[in-house]
Design a binder for this molecule. Structure first.
Ligand code: CAA
Ligand code: FAD
Length: 379
């Protein structure tokens, strides 16, 4: 076992770190305040290859491994989790699903523009009545011969308005339960497809979360991913990798807040000395650093398993569970270390604390991660 990153992995981490400081940091407070989607920054990330980081160069991707993806996600998320969620969804939910399970025609038509950042994608599983209980799909895709007739509503879709390509799960045969679900590629602009208003959120306010409505949308049969009835397994298998991305996002939010708190603790003086000289602050920093290191190791382990073609569902769920709980605890302590200054926007930590919360909810809540982990342990 060795913990040394390759030169390439170190280069990716440095590139993401530089991008976060020079391109994401300026304006991050304003984008959060005004719920502004980081469109220019996402375009540049696409040009640099970050939107198709793990896609093979054959399809326009950067051909990097999952470890590099974790490193990049951590660095981007230290500064702007609203931007990093776009990177995560595009890479691990949309591009991965298309590259692994799509036909050659689907890859040429949809994956190449997604991997090169010409367009971005969305992954549409959740519904008003089906979040954690994802098998209860109400959206229907009726088989009409050459096409599916798509009807229903998807909720909380990241990149909901900014995306061009949507992977939509829908029920074709109710009698087959989760085996009757299909995953369909839906294009923006298809007749009968409308996007609802942007959600006004507590955190990741720059990201673009919308509900989507489908009314008699005709989706060609050629846009189905995999065999008839593969849609639910497609979603679950894709989410296994997605959870590594969100775990790395949570890790980045935690380490971003920790770095700010560490710096501040050396500068702020009370009772004649820097607050970092008070033992209780030192112990807080020690706990934060330890939790972050453990979260980082879990993320890298899950990514390593994926890179080495071993089962990574449990490891990804553990990484997401632990890193998201860490993000919430560490950001809360970072605000505490900043005192009153932590409660105002210009010190960044209050935003990181608000952004941390979503990592315990999306791509499977912490309760759902515990279900996934315990089922795997007990099977
Ligand atoms: N890989 C392959 N197949 C899987 C699987 C996996 N990881 N997990 C489940 N399945 C299969 C099961 O084997 C089963 O098939 P069989 O009948 O052939 O055995 C079928 O799927 C149904 O599974 P379960 O019986 O386990 O279903 P369940 O109703 O008990 O629910 C669950 C399972 C794990 C709780 C699942 O519903 C779940 O993951 N819920 C959370 C949903 C979620 O994570 N949503 C995220 C949306 S995307 C998002 O959030 C993006 C973002 O924010 C940025
Ligand atoms: P519910 O499922 O109603 O859960 C409510 C509470 O009950 C939670 O605490 C949950 O953990 C708990 N609970 C539920 N079932 C159990 C159980 N069996 N045992 C114990 N506790 C349980 N979805 C997408 O498909 N694509 C996206 O791009 C996407 N982006 C999102 C972006 C944002 C900002 C948000 C807020 C959500 C996004 N989601 C997306 C949806 C997200 O995945 C769901 O919100 C999440 O899976 C939880 O579903 P729910 O909100 O319906 O909560």
């Amino acid at each position: 076992m060795h913990f040394q990153l390759t030169e390439e992995q170190q280069m990716i981490r440095q590139a993401a770190r530089d991008f976060a400081q020079t391109e994401l940091k300026p304006g991050v407070i304003e984008r959060d305040e005004h719920q502004k989607f980081p469109a220019e920054q996402i375009k540049k990330l696409g040009e640099l290859g970050f939107l198709g980081l793990m896609v093979s160069p054959e399809y326009g991707g950067a051909g990097m491994d999952a470890v590099s993806y974790v490193l990049a996600m951590e660095e981007l998320s230290k500064v702007d989790a609203s931007a990093s969620v776009v990177v995560s969804v595009n890479n691990s939910l949309v591009c991965y699903g298309l590259e692994k399970y799509g036909t050659e025609e689907q890859k040429q038509k949809y994956l190449v523009p997604l991997a090169t950042g010409q367009v971005i994608g969305a992954f549409c599983l959740s519904e008003p009545e089906a979040g954690s209980d994802a098998t209860s799909q109400h959206t229907t895709a009726i088989d009409m011969g050459d096409y599916y007739l798509l009807n229903g509503t998807k909720n909380w879709i990241t990149n909901g308005n900014s995306a061009s390509t949507y992977l939509v799960m829908a029920q074709t045969d109710v009698s087959k339960g989760s085996h009757g679900v299909n995953a369909l590629i839906v294009e923006k602009g298809m007749e009968g497809f409308t996007v609802g208003p942007k959600e006004n959120k507590m955190g990741i306010r720059g990201s673009d979360t919308h509900s989507l409505m489908f009314q008699d949308v005709k989706v060609p049969k050629a846009n189905r991913i995999g065999e008839d009835g593969f849609g639910f397994k497609f979603a679950m298998q894709t989410l296994e990798g997605g959870r590594i991305g969100i775990a790395a996002q949570a890790l980045g939010i935690a380490s971003g807040a920790y770095e700010l708190a560490l710096q501040y603790s050396k500068e702020r003086k009370t009772f004649g000395k820097p607050i970092a000289d008070h033992q209780i602050i030192q112990f807080k920093l020690a706990d934060m650093a330890t939790q972050i290191e453990a979260a980082r190791l879990l993320c890298l382990k899950a990514a390593w398993l994926k890179d080495n073609h071993q089962s990574y569902g449990r490891a990804g769920a553990m990484a997401k569970l632990f890193a998201s709980e860490t993000a919430m605890q560490v950001t809360t302590e970072a605000v505490q270390i900043h005192g009153g200054y932590g409660f105002v926007k210009e010190y960044h930590v209050e935003r990181l604390m608000r952004d941390a919360k979503i990592t315990q909810i999306y791509e499977g809540t912490s309760e759902i991660q515990r279900i996934v982990i315990s089922r795997d342990i007990l099977k």
